[in-house]
Design a protein around this ligand. Structure first.
Ligand code: ADE
Length: 257
């Protein structure tokens, strides 16, 4: 079972992941466990202070190093108690390495992840200083924009990782068929009715011929990626068949214009 520990001032936010949908079911099936640690419970004074004004001035507050250090070390110790050999500690922050499908897959194969969701303007940098924490910290961003705190980013990461755990998705093939698995965007999807406002379902999908359907889907995935995310195609060498399908897609597009 994958062990998640999260250090957060807002543990209740994580109910959205643990109680709902695919990630809620995965938790009830025992595919992962999540324990939240609130730095307030590790604060050194009666006011349970966890932040203070930044040295050098400026807006907002900075999270104190000591309550975070204690929370993170408690989280790591719990993981070790659960048999996690080396918990991977991830600090969610816009300064981090950007999360992508490859990293999600890598994380889904770990035994334990400790997530640090900071609030306010940031955390005291000395938290990451030499030997302050029992384990090294990696910074992870979910994109080039700023959230009010790391909680939503941690939940995004958890959702993406949990859906990769064997048994998380009802249909076993589902995660393998997602966008990005193949370095491509997803193909379009259709369901009933067959005709809607004069628009029909592509005949290939109605053909009942598995090879025709697979070929159509790959062609659409290639075409959409070429149109919307050419950067993804630059990173991926196309096979001869894929190049032919993409050329076909482009010719068909020209025909429509
Ligand atoms: N915290 C605030 N913004 C973030 C982002 N873009 N990614 C990860 N953590 C964050």
């Amino acid at each position: 079972m994958l062990q998640f520990d999260v250090v957060t001032l807002f543990p209740a936010m994580f109910d959205a992941v643990t109680e709902q949908g695919v990630t809620g079911r995965a938790r009830s099936r025992g595919l992962y466990q999540l324990v939240a640690w609130n730095p307030r419970d590790f604060a050194g004074n009666v006011h349970r202070t966890v932040d203070d004004r930044p040295y050098g001035g400026g807006p907002g507050m900075v999270m104190l190093v000591e309550p975070l250090r204690r929370s993170l070390n408690a989280a790591c110790q719990r993981q070790c108690g659960q048999g996690v050999a080396k918990p991977r500690v991830l600090h969610l922050s816009p300064q981090g390495r950007v999360l992508d499908h490859r990293l999600v897959l890598e994380l889904s194969r770990e035994q334990g992840l400790v997530l640090l969701a900071g609030r306010y303007e940031g955390v005291d940098e000395r938290l990451f200083g030499h030997q302050v924490l029992d384990h090294a910290v990696e910074e992870i961003s979910i994109g080039d924009y700023v959230l009010s705190g790391g909680e939503l980013a941690a939940m995004v990461l958890m959702d993406a990782v949990v859906r990769q755990l064997p048994g998380a998705l009802g249909d076993a093939g589902s995660a393998a068929q997602d966008s990005f698995v193949d370095g491509l965007l997803d193909h379009p999807h259709f369901t009933r009715p067959e005709t809607y406002e004069g628009m029909v379902v592509p005949p290939e999908l109605m053909s009942g011929n598995h090879a025709v359907i697979t070929r159509w889907r790959l062609k659409q995935a290639l075409g959409r990626t070429w149109q919307r995310r050419p950067d993804l195609l630059e990173r991926r060498k196309l096979s001869v068949e894929e190049q032919q399908l993409l050329d076909e897609y482009r010719r068909e597009l020209e025909g429509v214009r």
